[in-house]
Design a protein around this ligand. Structure first.
Ligand code: NAD
Ligand code: UDP
Length: 312
């Protein structure tokens, strides 16, 4: 049994990770300020004596005596949420990383950073390989998230080089699944919720921009495998599903699966919205023996069922 801390553990991805770790018999401390997380996401874990929820903001230091592993996920991830208070988003990424790395140093824990494909910005190299340095606007409306995450990666590398902290960096590509908030603002949850209510489906721009969508269970498997690799392998490593779709294709699939009467409406494209995104997962395949197993149609069916129940 390990002592594991998950920051952002009450969020969409964090709650699936906590569940997995508890099911493996570990003791889990879930640290979250509930900004975009919800107690409902961890309700099923609260009666378990191995699980501990701590209402805490990672902008401030957190102390505990013994830890084996830290997963650092605390950070709003949907553009509407991370742009709501951009300064807070940067503080969460940068001060959160410093505080969690400090805790790793004190407890000698291994620490994994939930980084992002946004590191690559609006990429001119396609698909994105880990060696690509990216194309990020440092002064735009997405910068609080992108640059915050880039700075976190730098901090992880410097703590590793300077203090011998055992680190792991994963770059997560667009991930969806149950426990996304209905008002999360990200494209999969928006389209499914709109389709189930026969509301207009909001396409930003022409809908020709692409994303590659990963189901949450595949991500969790990759994350845990990454944490368990030998100390020499620190990443960064891409975790995503390489099957790439345009936003219009996604809308059509959601309409077809739900039998919805929704119409497509076209809204302005937000500034700096990346035109294309697709992970190269050769490294994850080699080092973690990992590749995603749940394709878009299957995953969409599961999130459709989730949101059908959610509305009851
Ligand atoms: P989410 O918004 O559901 O989860 C983020 C969690 O962090 C929430 O529970 C929130 O309350 C918590 N949090 C935010 N600020 C905090 C703070 N200052 N102190 C403590 N807790 C705080 O989003 P998610 O999709 O589950 O994302 C989890 C992590 O994975 C994030 O770091 C995100 O950047 C990363 N990521 C997600 C995706 C994706 O597609 N879902 C893609 C790339 C990276
Ligand atoms: N998008 C859209 N309609 C929506 C929400 C998002 O067309 O209701 C588009 C958005 O402009 C982007 C893509 O879908 O091109 C993915 O957006 P999301 O916010 O899910 O993730 P990110 O842009 O961070 O990859």
């Amino acid at each position: 049994m390990k002592n594991i801390l998950v920051s952002g553990g009450a969020g969409f991805i964090g709650s699936h990770l906590c569940t997995r770790l508890i099911n493996e018999g570990h003791h889990v401390i879930c640290l979250d300020n509930l900004f975009t997380g919800a107690e409902a996401n961890i309700e099923h874990l609260k009666s378990n004596s191995l699980f501990e929820f701590v209402h805490h903001d990672v902008e401030f230091p957190y102390h505990t005596e013994t830890l084996d592993e830290i997963y650092n996920l605390a950070c709003p991830a949907s553009p509407i949420h991370y742009q709501y208070d951009a300064i807070k988003t940067i503080k969460t990424s940068v001060l959160g990383a410093i505080n969690m790395l400090g805790l790793a140093k004190k407890t000698n824990a291994k620490i994994l950073q939930a980084s992002t494909s946004e590191i690559y910005g609006d990429p001119v190299v396609h698909p994105q390989v880990e060696s690509y340095w990216g194309n990020v606007n440092p002064i735009g409306i997405r910068s609080c998230y992108d640059e915050g995450k880039r700075c976190s990666e730098t901090l992880f590398m410097d703590y590793h080089r300077q203090n011998n902290i055992r680190i792991k960096i994963i770059r997560i590509f667009n991930t969806y699944g149950p426990r996304m908030l209905p008002n999360d603002g990200r494209v999969v949850s928006n389209f499914v919720v709109q389709a189930l209510q026969d509301h207009d489906i909001t396409i930003y721009g022409t809908g020709d921009q692409t994303r590659s969508f990963q189901y949450v269970d595949d991500l969790i498997e990759g994350m845990v495998r990454m944490m368990n690799t030998e100390d020499e392998f620190i990443g960064p490593v891409n975790l995503g599903n390489p099957n790439e779709f345009s936003i219009l294709e996604l809308a059509e699939k959601v309409i077809q699966l739900t039998g919805s009467k929704s119409k497509l409406v076209f809204k302005p494209l937000p500034h700096d919205d990346p035109k294309q995104r697709q992970p190269d997962i050769t490294l994850a395949n080699e080092k973690l023996n990992w590749k995603p197993s749940i394709e878009l149609e299957d995953g969409l069916k599961r999130i459709v069922e989730y949101f059908k129940e959610y509305r009851k």
